[in-house]
Design a protein around this ligand. Structure first.
Ligand code: VGL
Ligand code: ZN
Length: 212
């Protein structure tokens, strides 16, 4: 039974549904490709859809391979604070950076690329990991009159979480579509992310509750 009917002032933000985050990809999220079917169903129900795309230059600072002696999933200190190191992933123009081939991208009105500055990672679609560099998404959504942001995609505990925390901080009503998202879950990061989102006022909803 649908309890949410998407309005003209609502936007579905599809986060990083890219090959490298799907099984077989460089930074695979367990069961990551399961979000595609759920999200395709949601895309039909929203009047407005935007996509985000993790989009790193080769040798990006967030890659473990850019730091001698470091391994993926270790933490290091960079200019803006702690940064998790990742396997090389979502390198600009590579197949791994492409959207999952079954993702229905035709109705996307905007693609927000992020993580393209060599020295700054960007989990959120609003602010990069220095927490200062804006992507321009907040201004764009405000200028277009959006009030509610519904996010789904990969990964719940990184890019989806930071995107929703920033959406709420920017004054949008923020919703996590939980069954349309999957987590990396490093050392309890999924449970922590759910707590953080709820504490910040992000509503957690399931896709069947969203009608069209
Ligand atoms: C992501 C780690 C590195 C994500 C992107 O999409 O959640 N995680 N880059
Ligand atoms: Zn990345």
């Amino acid at each position: 039974m649908a309890t949410i009917t998407p309005q003209e002032t609502d936007i579905l933000l599809v986060v990083d549904v890219q090959n490298d985050f799907c099984p077989g990809g460089a930074l695979e999220v367990p069961d990551g490709d399961a979000v595609v079917q759920v999200i395709n169903g949601l895309i039909d129900r929203f009047a407005h859809v935007a996509l985000t795309q993790d989009w790193h230059p080769p040798g990006h600072q967030s890659f473990a391979s850019s730091h001698a002696g470091r391994q993926p999933f270790e933490m290091i200190e960079v200019a803006y604070g702690p940064q998790t190191l990742w396997p090389d992933h979502c390198v600009q123009g590579t197949p791994g950076a492409a959207f999952h081939e079954k993702l229905f991208t035709d109705r996307a009105e905007m693609i927000v690329r992020k993580g393209f500055r060599p020295e700054i990672d960007s989990y959120s679609a609003f602010y990069e990991n220095d927490r200062k560099t804006a992507t321009g998404l907040a201004g764009s959504l405000r200028e277009r009159g959006f009030r509610r942001v519904f996010a789904a995609g990969l990964a719940t505990d990184f890019c989806v979480k930071f995107t929703l925390l920033d959406a709420a901080a920017e004054g949008f009503e923020a919703f996590l579509i939980e069954d349309g998202s999957r987590a990396i879950d490093l050392e309890g990061s999924l449970a922590a992310a759910m707590d953080e989102m709820k504490a910040a006022g992000v509503s957690v909803v399931q896709s069947p509750a969203i009608g069209g």
